[in-house]
Design a protein around this ligand. Structure first.
Ligand code: FES
Length: 463
């Protein structure tokens, strides 16, 4: 029997392992195109707004409204970078996160950790700091979320607290003590830069620097506030099933582009390691197993308003369950061939013991069970190993349970000699077990293995 890990409790749609690997590939080209196009658009709108302001034209208001609207989507760019998923390269992902975080008044280290908790405890009241629209929904909560008044103030308050080395309880819970100094440093730099913008207004005797570089965060907020409300609003809480806690939507092409495909929000929560550019394809793969997406922002808001009204009469009211019934029960063979879960091959000493030319007791699996560049889980004598086979053909065995929280590394992806956790995209070097990317910090246990007669075997410590 495979070991139980916490992430096993969450429902996940089935799809072929090879396809999941394909969809999890990052692309610097895709990300660069999207980031460049977005920031060029923002810069063009900023330049137009400045020119119209200086000319004293009323057209400034139109250009500025578009500019603020675009600015609000730095929330989406920052979110994607939190997951390390847009670019292959860490430095690019971090640059995108820090730039977006500056635009959003976030402290980047903190927001990455807090967002990781949002994925661990999605819509668990009290544990998910990003769950902002509790049931029964109150008008005040909805207004605060949409207008972003609390949001703007809370993030700036956090920056001030961090700069004074006095993080609040949410941050203390989410950010390890050893990383707080990075948060403090970032908060101070951000606050200094905001202060410099305000000071420049006095020096230049114009509010223009503030209007262009700080005010859009406030004016643009309602756009993203609405999208944030729609992600989990009026849905279930405290259940390990993203189909019940999270909403996917079909939206217009331009909005989908600006939102980095996050309208496929169930898909994102189920497989956060899949980058933005692959989410539409992921949606096509698994849509038959998910509730039909809500059609448009207006329909989504109508669902929230309808729920809010119904909850005035019955506070326990929730939207009806829209999970589709399975069309056909898969046969055992079909399920084994296509499902990611369960993928743990059970192989214990008694089954593996050599019974006349067969398997050795220390055999984990056949070499062919693990494709090049892939990872599979194998349970052997009470331990579940993630067996990794790099594209160079080298084979390594590490513990299958991530040391950060509790997720199966064999459900993640193998990139070079690093295995990436499917839950928060922490990484480990499979050759040494060293944690190479946050939020993973503690090393993994590694086990010496060898390939003998096309079998992957645990090597005896005495060899
Ligand atoms: S469970 Fe968080 S990085 Fe693995």
């Amino acid at each position: 029997m495979a070991a139980t890990v916490e992430s096993d409790q969450w429902f996940k749609a089935t799809l072929p392992r090879a396809r999941l690997n394909e969809l999890s590939q990052r692309s610097d080209r895709e990300a660069l195109r999207r980031v460049a196009a977005y920031f060029v658009l923002v810069a063009l709108c900023a330049a137009t707004s400045i020119v119209l302001w200086l000319q004293g034209s009323w057209w400034f208001l139109a250009a500025y409204a578009i500019y603020c609207y675009l600015w609000s989507f730095s929330n989406a760019t920052g979110h994607e970078a939190c997951h390390y998923t847009p670019f292959k390269r860490l430095a690019f992902n971090n640059a995108l996160l820090y730039g977006s975080a500056w635009m959003q008044n976030w402290e980047p280290v903190t927001v990455r950790y807090v967002h990781a908790r949002h994925h661990t405890y999605t819509s668990v009241v009290g544990a998910d700091a990003e769950y902002l629209l509790p049931n029964p929904i109150k008008r005040r909560d909805l207004a605060n979320l949409v207008l972003g008044s609390n949001h703007f103030w809370n993030y700036n308050k956090e920056l001030i607290q961090l700069s004074l080395k006095r993080p609040n309880e949410t941050i203390r819970e989410a950010v390890p003590a050893e990383d707080i100094h990075r948060s403090t440093r970032n908060a101070r730099i951000f606050l200094l830069s905001y202060a410099a913008i305000l000071a420049s207004c006095f020096v230049l005797s114009t509010p223009l620097p503030f209007v262009i570089l700080m005010l859009p965060r406030i004016i643009g907020e309602p756009m993203h506030g609405i999208l944030r409300a729609l992600q989990h609003g009026a849905l279930e809480t405290e259940v390990a099933d993203h189909r019940l806690t999270t909403r996917s939507m079909y939206v217009s092409r331009p909005l989908q582009w600006l939102y980095w495909n996050m309208n496929f929000h169930i898909e994102h929560h189920m497989y956060p390691m899949v980058p933005f550019h692959a989410l539409p394809a992921m949606h096509e793969e698994i849509k038959d197993q998910l509730p039909a997406p809500t059609r448009g922002v207006r329909a989504g808001m109508a669902e929230i308003v309808h729920t809010m009204r119904a909850q005035r009469v019955d506070p326990s009211y929730r939207l009806p369950n829209r999970i589709p019934a399975p069309t056909t029960a898969p046969t055992a063979t079909a399920a084994a061939a296509t499902a990611v879960f369960p993928q743990v091959a059970v192989l214990d000493a008694s089954e593996g013991a050599d019974a006349g030319g067969g398997l050795q007791a220390n055999t984990l699996c056949a070499l062919d069970d693990v494709a090049l560049g892939d990872v599979v889980a194998v349970e052997h004598q009470g331990t579940t190993y993630a067996i990794c086979r790099t594209t160079n053909g080298e084979v390594y065995a590490v513990d299958d349970t991530c040391t950060h929280h509790s997720a199966r590394l064999s459900e993640g992806v193998l990139i070079g000699c690093e295995i990436e956790c499917p839950m928060h995209q922490g990484r480990f070097d499979v050759t040494s077990g060293e944690a190479t990317r946050r939020p993973a910090r503690k090393p993994l246990s590694t086990y010496p293995v060898e390939v003998v007669a096309d079998q992957i075997r645990l090597r005896s410590p005495h060899n």
